[in-house]
Design a protein around this ligand. Structure first.
Ligand SMILES: [Zn+2]
Length: 308
């Protein structure tokens, strides 16, 4: 048996699968642990795996492989992945960010590896990219990306048929690339002022505009002029980040997921595509932004894609 784990800034999900071609069963999801010691998320995952096994009548001892698709960035300590994630670890940006802990990292791989035979932890956008290339909207594309617009903003990149990983598995952290100068006052959980996440991520939208992203997007899609103006500005930042990826890496297609995007995809997609079309034509001609083929299940299949 395999356990598939999806760690986000907001939620942790666990499901099981008998093989890489078998369906996912017994999915459980709960808010990501953010209090207590910095092994709290690992302890939560171990408990959730046991609970899913109990529900499904599966002996937890039969689980040999665990795939973890997680929000980043990562730090390696003794070769084991720890999360240095701004939306989980409160010690990174300090008290201004308002998280209920002082963690600089959350340990993940070591506690799982002590119990299970094989554990593979990858950045969720890299794992999502692998899933979209296996089963989703990026099948057959050798130069592509998967981007998630959710609590945070992440990108997984593939060039010449090879997913890019980088020195600590952190390639694709374009969400922390700078957009405006420090005077914007927009604080990202990573400590940066004025990066993409600070301006457009789900958690930033709530803090900047005093309402959750779904409310803002609903008002905009209903034609409310002030909301529409804000959403157009958000799409300009997000769309330009995607444009930057396309022209830097000469990509063919980008598939998009994440809760902020997904629930208003029909409204947002043309606004994002408008930031690509007609610009530097030799590089952008025919390049399409598409909704993730796996839809809201990218996270679950992302973990499974790591266990091929
Ligand atoms: Zn940042």
């Amino acid at each position: 048996m395999r356990a598939c784990v999806d760690i986000g800034g907001t939620k942790v999900a666990v499901s099981l699968s008998a093989s890489s071609d078998a369906p996912l069963v017994g999915r459980r999801s709960e808010p990501t642990a953010k209090t207590g010691d910095n092994d709290a998320v690992a302890v939560q995952i171990l408990r959730m795996i046991d609970e899913v096994c109990a529900e499904q009548g599966i002996d937890p001892a039969t689980i040999e492989r665990v795939g973890v698709s997680s929000t980043g960035p990562f730090e390696l300590h003794d070769g084991m992945v720890e999360l240095a994630t701004p939306n989980i670890c409160g010690g990174i940006a300090g008290p201004a960010r308002g998280l209920p802990n002082q963690w600089m990292t959350a340990i993940i791989e070591a506690p799982l590896a002590r119990r299970f035979g094989q554990v593979r932890v990858e950045n969720d956008a890299v794992a999502g990219l692998e899933a979209e290339r296996h089963w989703g909207a990026l099948k057959g594309f050798d130069h592509c990306a998967y981007a998630t617009w959710s609590t945070g903003v992440g990108v997984g990149l593939c060039v010449d048929g090879r997913a890019l990983r980088g020195k600590n598995g952190n390639a694709g952290h374009a969400g922390h690339s700078f957009v405006v100068d420090d005077a914007s006052g927009a604080l990202c959980g990573c400590g940066n002022l004025g990066d993409v996440e600070a301006l457009v991520a789900g958690n930033s939208i709530s803090r900047r505009f005093g309402q959750p992203a779904p409310d803002l997007f609903s008002a905009a899609s209903a034609g409310e002029p002030h909301s529409l103006e804000i959403v157009d500005a958000l799409c300009r930042v997000m769309g330009r980040m995607l444009y930057n990826m396309i022209i830097t890496l000469d990509l063919q297609r980008i598939s998009l997921g994440g809760s902020v995007f997904w629930h208003h995809r029909d409204f947002l997609l043309p606004r994002l595509q408008a930031q690509i079309d007609g610009k530097l034509m030799p590089l952008t001609r025919g390049v399409l932004l598409v909704p993730a083929g796996l839809g809201e299940k990218v996270g679950d299949y992302a973990a499974l894609a790591l266990l091929d």
